[in-house]
Unconditional design. Structure first.
Length: 86
């Protein structure tokens, strides 16, 4: 979920920057676009930070799971945890 949010915000930042680049210096909307871009960049920073915190937490949990039972396997994308049947 956080990955989708970060991707959406990044897309929004890119679109706003393109609008700013295409506007003229005396364009009244440029100020508002710049303000929107600043807010979107703040949201991107927050989403990226949250995503990184989640990754670190998952790394820690996976490390501990491996200590508890080395036969466990997991799939982050699907959110599945099981045992490796060999």
């Amino acid at each position: 979920r956080h990955q989708r949010v970060a991707s959406h915000v990044l897309h929004r930042c890119t679109a706003l920057q393109q609008q700013i680049d295409n506007s003229t210096e005396d364009d009244e909307n440029a100020f508002f676009l710049q303000n929107d871009l600043s807010l979107a960049n703040d949201n991107l920073s927050k989403a990226t930070k949250t995503l990184e915190e989640n990754r670190k937490e998952l790394d820690e949990v996976e490390y501990l799971l491996n200590i508890v039972n080395p036969k466990l396997v997991w799939d982050r994308k699907e959110g599945l945890i099981g045992t490796n049947i060999v």
